[in-house]
Design a protein around this ligand. Structure first.
Ligand code: RBF
Length: 160
């Protein structure tokens, strides 16, 4: 039997540290923009709901998920942000691009996390089809953007 999937938008507001005064960078990809814009908007709303000021949220836009590595890297190296959230959506197709992009982005963002002191949050949705992506960007499994925002605030509270 499949295990019940945690709803990505559920969190205990009592346990989330206030984001007041925190600066967050969000880099999001245009590929599959129906999904990535919904993830971005979810992240921004949840950050705002937890005290992050609108002017303390900076948005960078890149063409595809592979460019999240460079975008996040630029944000991290600027030292302007307490955390950086990278948002993208890779949907499996007929060619092996899916595996290359997913592995590349995962390795690139992981490397930033060990080389620099700013936490980079993994907001990459990797699905077999569009429906699964819709279900995780405001559909029946919630919105991974919300989860990324909460994760960013938890990481900042713990380590900054
Ligand atoms: N970028 C995504 O963010 N999601 C995708 O599903 C995606 N699929 C791609 C499929 C192919 C065949 C190619 C060539 C690129 C794809 N990209 C995708 C774009 C990729 O992340 C990057 O922007 C480009 O490869 C340029 O470096």
């Amino acid at each position: 039997m499949a295990t019940a999937l945690h709803n990505l938008s559920d969190y205990d507001a009592q346990k989330v540290a206030s984001g007041k005064g925190r600066k967050i960078g969000i880099v999001y990809a245009d590929w599959n923009s129906e999904i990535t814009y919904a993830l971005r908007d979810g992240a921004v709303k949840t950050l705002r709901d937890n005290g992050v000021a609108e002017e303390d949220i900076t948005l960078y836009n890149v063409p595809g998920s592979f460019e999240l590595i460079y975008g996040a890297s630029q944000m991290v190296k600027s030292n302007k942000y307490d955390a950086v959230i990278a948002i993208g959506c890779v949907i499996r197709g007929d060619t092996p691009h899916f595996d290359y992009i997913c592995e590349g982005v995962t390795a690139g963002l992981s490397q930033l996390n060990v080389q620099y002191d700013t936490p980079v949050i993994f907001g990459l949705i990797t699905t077999n089809n569009l429906l699964q992506a819709q279900e995780r960007s405001g559909g029946r499994h919630g919105n991974k953007g919300d989860e990324c925002a909460v994760t960013a605030l938890q990481m900042i509270a713990q380590f900054k």
